[in-house]
Design a binder for this molecule. Structure first.
Ligand SMILES: Cc1cc2nc3c(=O)[nH]c(=O)nc-3n(C[C@H](O)[C@H](O)[C@H](O)COP(=O)(O)OP(=O)(O)OC[C@H]3O[C@@H](n4cnc5c(N)ncnc54)[C@H](O)[C@@H]3O)c2cc1C
Length: 222
């Protein structure tokens, strides 16, 4: 995956996506086909995060091509970013609390082997290790993989979500305080009280059939 940091490249990527792939977005967006096959999603997040594109022009461009009814799913996703941003802006203490907790957890976990294995991609979970390497090499992960990654980090490896959020921010080209922190809080079950995201076996297994990987080790943990 190549993210070239220029407005011209960003606009070109938006145009290509709208012309060639937007029509199939709602049907295919949830599949992670691997880093070389990303045409089912836009991969625009690094450009939007850093202000090379804005949400309004992305939505506007999509509506010039298709009706609202056909575009609804894509528009909803683009607006999640806007929603998370507004939510955090109205609650600045959520961000400052996160930083305080992170500071003490960094100290507490600096020599923790479970944590060090996770960030070095040396756990006994093959798929998780592969995602760690993919994140470090490509600075991007598919949305569903981010959810699985966070779920395994929190509920299988039993590590604090704050350190996982920090790890994402260190590597993602689209690293965004609101989308990232609130995405991790959502998986952990803090954002929507009483509702957490547990990566399900059928869901991951279906995807990994495509990638031909042995998932038995992961599911021993469930
Ligand atoms: C744990 C976790 C951490 C995340 N961290 C970040 C982050 O640091 N920065 C970031 O930009 N996104 C983050 N996301 C949201 C989402 O995964 C990415 O925005 C998306 O994968 C980007 O790929 P894309 O541009 O191909 O998305 P597409 O599917 O093509 O969506 C189009 C645009 O909609 C927006 N969008 C889509 N899904 C989401 C979502 N769930 N939340 C907010 N905006 C969304 C993005 O701007 C994206 O570019 C996170 C999600 C989770 C579960």
């Amino acid at each position: 995956m190549i993210f070239e940091a220029s407005r011209a490249k960003a606009v070109d990527k938006l145009n290509q996506f709208v012309e060639n792939n937007l029509s199939e977005y709602s049907k295919l967006r949830n599949f992670d086909f691997g880093p070389d096959k990303r045409s089912n999603i836009s991969c625009l997040s690094p450009y939007i995060t850093h202000g090379l594109l804005n949400e309004l022009e992305v939505i506007d461009k999509s509506l010039k091509k298709f009706s609202f009814a056909k575009n609804e799913k894509f528009i909803q996703e683009v607006l999640w970013r806007t929603y998370w941003k507004g939510w955090l802006e109205l609650r600045p203490n959520v961000w400052s609390d996160y930083l305080i907790e992170l500071n003490s957890l960094r100290n507490e976990f600096k020599d923790n082997q479970n944590y060090l294995n996770a960030i070095e991609g040396k756990t006994d979970l093959e798929c998780f290790n592969q995602w760690v390497n993919e994140l470090k090499e490509n600075n991007y992960l598919h949305n569903h993989t981010r959810m699985w990654f966070a779920s395994i980090w929190i509920f299988t490896l039993e590590l604090p979500w704050q350190l996982g959020a920090e790890f994402f921010m260190q590597h993602l080209f689209d690293g965004d305080a609101a989308s990232n922190t609130l995405g991790w809080r959502w998986v952990a079950g803090i954002q929507t009280q009483g509702k957490h995201y547990l990566a399900s076996e059928w869901n991951i297994r279906e995807i990994f059939l495509i990638m031909d990987m042995d998932l038995n080790k992961l599911f021993e943990h469930y």
